[in-house]
Design a binder for this molecule. Structure first.
Ligand SMILES: O=P(O)(O)OC[C@H]1O[C@H](OP(=O)(O)OP(=O)(O)O)[C@H](O)[C@@H]1O
Ligand SMILES: O=c1[nH]c(=O)c2nc[nH]c2[nH]1
Length: 193
């Protein structure tokens, strides 16, 4: 998606440790017009698929998933929580996921009330790096008997391999930008065509 690639080049910063900082528009301050355009793109890509629910993971996927839902008939958005809470009651699907930016393992929890075998799920997230977060979400869908219809990602870091592993497993992964390489010294970013 040209608009997203241009924005990453303009406002993104390459950090050491394979980190692309895009917090000016994607995952701290949020450009909702851009999010809306991203939702449009995913709706085009996944047109023809039945989507009953969008599933994401806190925190950064939530805003993007909510904007995307407007383009999928206002389906409900469920976000997996990364901590237990007195607000989480009843039976739950749970797994654990290693967080790329927080450098530690988190529980990942969805209430059984909000995911079941009738659901046709679109997974949405801001980043796809090693694929840990998505594997956690897929595990929860399998536990619920829900079908994963596709995966929409804003920024995939192709050089970390998570996206290609998911494609090899047969998942329809639509990443709106795929960073092929990035250099923290020069700031240069190249995208996959
Ligand atoms: O493919 P992966 O290696 O799993 O990396 C991608 C995940 O990393 C980030 O989550 P993180 O927990 O780092 O931050 P967040 O709380 O801002 O969403 C991002 O939001 C994705 O969920
Ligand atoms: O802001 C972010 N930058 C990244 O490079 C990244 N990788 C996974 N999650 C990420 N979040």
């Amino acid at each position: 998606m040209k608009e997203l690639e241009e924005r990453i080049r303009r406002d993104g910063t390459v950090k050491t440790g394979d980190v692309l900082k895009v917090d000016a528009f994607l995952n701290h301050q949020c450009d909702v017009r851009l999010f809306d355009h991203m939702g449009q793109e995913w709706a085009r890509h996944f047109a023809g698929k039945t989507i009953t629910k969008i599933l994401t993971i806190e925190a950064s996927g939530i805003g993007i998933a909510c904007c995307a839902a407007r383009h999928f008939g206002d389906v409900p958005v469920v976000f997996a929580k990364k901590a237990q809470s007195i607000n989480l009651d009843g039976d739950q699907y749970t797994t654990t996921v290693y967080s790329f930016t927080k450098r530690k393992e988190f529980p990942v929890i969805v209430s059984k009330k909000y995911l079941d075998a009738d659901d046709h799920v679109l997974l949405i997230d801001d980043f796809l790096a090693n694929g840990k977060a998505l594997h956690g979400l897929i595990e929860l869908c399998h536990a619920a008997g829900a079908s994963v219809e596709g995966i929409g990602i804003a920024v995939e870091k192709g050089f970390q391999g998570g996206g290609d592993k998911l494609r090899a497993q047969g998942y329809d992964v639509d990443s709106l930008s795929i960073v092929e390489s990035m250099n923290p010294e020069t700031g240069e970013i190249t995208f996959r065509d």
